[in-house]
Write a protein that binds this ligand. Structure first.
Ligand SMILES: C[S@@+](CC[C@H](N)C(=O)[O-])C[C@H]1O[C@@H](n2cnc3c(N)ncnc32)[C@H](O)[C@@H]1O
Length: 372
């Protein structure tokens, strides 16, 4: 059997998976490998879909899938993993959006230094356009994800990839420290033509999309059974919940969240996000998700969880996940627990965190079966 090529330069079919970094993503090869031996027609669910890695892996295998995530950035990026649109269609959508969107731009030091005035005005036009739309076409879903992916990132010597002044790509710096950084280095934002930047990025990402498959990604709270209504039944759940102790999920995406209609300031938490600070409410929340998933699954469905916790919490990830499944008390039985990383060094989800997180995150893969 030939090995699947995961490198986006060598295999254009996987490029779309990298449309926008999402801080807590797991590598494509993790869900892809788990889906390699399933029966045709298997329906896949990810109740914490993040940037839609599971959904994209399902698409590559020609399988139907659904995803839920309560972070608007995650849902917008994951939705783009399931649609098909050409560069021409995305560019037509971009031109339309730039013509029709509102242009009220936020004011203040951060905004003046992050974007050139004209670039910010174009970004605001796109933002206004998306906020006014009740339903998006496939090309608009794709455009939105492309713009999220280039909203901030490092400056380059040649034609710019990113719209912002110098910034990390994976997370947005907080306004005060970003301003200090730019002031100290006397870095002024340069004009970046949004249309040109979108075109360059879309040409790369959409060079060869995989065949489309049936699927839906919802901006929804996966603890609530109603969030799964109308999605049909699932045979396999592959997911990775928030990790206990990780604090940065929400604030790190504050600028992308602003683009999607969020506030101009950094927000630190939201009630629709599972709390990761205290073990008790965290376990109760995860138990609700496992219960809701069981309700959306076929009788002998399987559940695969990649899970981690910061060692300072004093609880082994495997003990913690066992507790959440026991609390759920809905038929998920653990078959195997493997340490993630033992068999695939450097391919763990924790390796994707490029943060100041100093502690090593311990990860496990937990395999369960539904037994009624
Ligand atoms: C570890 S990340 C999943 C990353 C994903 N595997 C990927 O590759 O992108 C956990 C996700 O859970 C989401 N989340 C947290 N609370 C949630 C809730 N109540 N309902 C749905 N999603 C939630 C977060 O927004 C985050 O995207």
């Amino acid at each position: 059997m030939t090995r699947f090529e995961f490198h986006p330069v060598r295999n254009p079919t996987v490029r779309m998976n990298g449309v926008c970094p999402y801080f807590t993503m797991y590598p494509l090869r993790f869900p892809f490998a788990r889906l390699g031996s399933v029966k045709r027609g298997t329906r896949v669910l990810d109740p914490f879909c993040g940037r839609g890695t599971t959904n994209f892996a399902a698409r590559l295998h020609g399988l139907a899938s659904a995803g839920l995530d309560s972070n608007p950035v995650a849902a917008a990026v994951a939705q783009a993993k399931l649609v098909s649109a050409s560069v021409k269609e995305v560019m037509a959508a971009c031109r339309r959006a730039l013509r029709t969107g509102g242009r009220a731009a936020p004011d203040g030091d951060f905004w003046q230094r992050c974007y050139h005035e004209a670039t910010l005005s174009e970004i605001c036009a796109l933002r206004g356009f998306f906020l006014k739309r009740a339903e998006l076409s496939a090309a608009e879903v794709m455009l939105r994800a492309v713009v999220l992916g280039i909203l901030h990132g490092p400056r380059s010597k040649g034609e710019p990839t990113y719209l912002s002044n110098q910034m990390p790509r994976t997370y947005a710096t907080k306004p005060a420290s970003a301003v200090r950084f730019w002031q100290k280095r006397e870095m002024e934002p340069e004009y970046v033509d949004v249309l040109g930047a979108v075109k360059r990025r879309a040409e790369y990402l959409l060079a060869k999309l995989p065949e489309g498959t049936e699927g839906e990604v919802r901006l929804a709270d996966s603890r609530v059974p109603a969030s799964y209504e109308g999605l049909g039944e699932f045979d396999l759940v592959i997911t990775s919940p928030p990790y206990l102790g990780m604090r940065t999920y929400w604030p790190d995406q504050w600028l992308r969240n602003w683009f999607l209609g969020g506030p101009e300031q950094v927000e630190y938490a939201r009630p629709e996000q599972i709390t990761t600070q205290d073990a008790e409410p965290f376990c109760a929340d995860l138990a609700s998700v496992w219960r809701a998933c069981a309700g959306a699954c076929t009788r002998d469905a399987r559940l695969i969880i990649r899970f981690g916790a910061l060692p300072s919490y004093g609880t082994e990830p495997s003990a913690l996940i066992k507790r959440t499944l026991a609390l759920a008390d809905c038929g998920w039985e653990i078959r195997t627990i493997k340490r993630a990383g033992a068999a695939s060094q450097g391919r763990r989800q924790a390796d994707q965190f490029q943060t100041k997180q100093s502690e090593a995150i311990e990860e496990v893969d937990v395999y369960c079966q539904l037994a009624h």
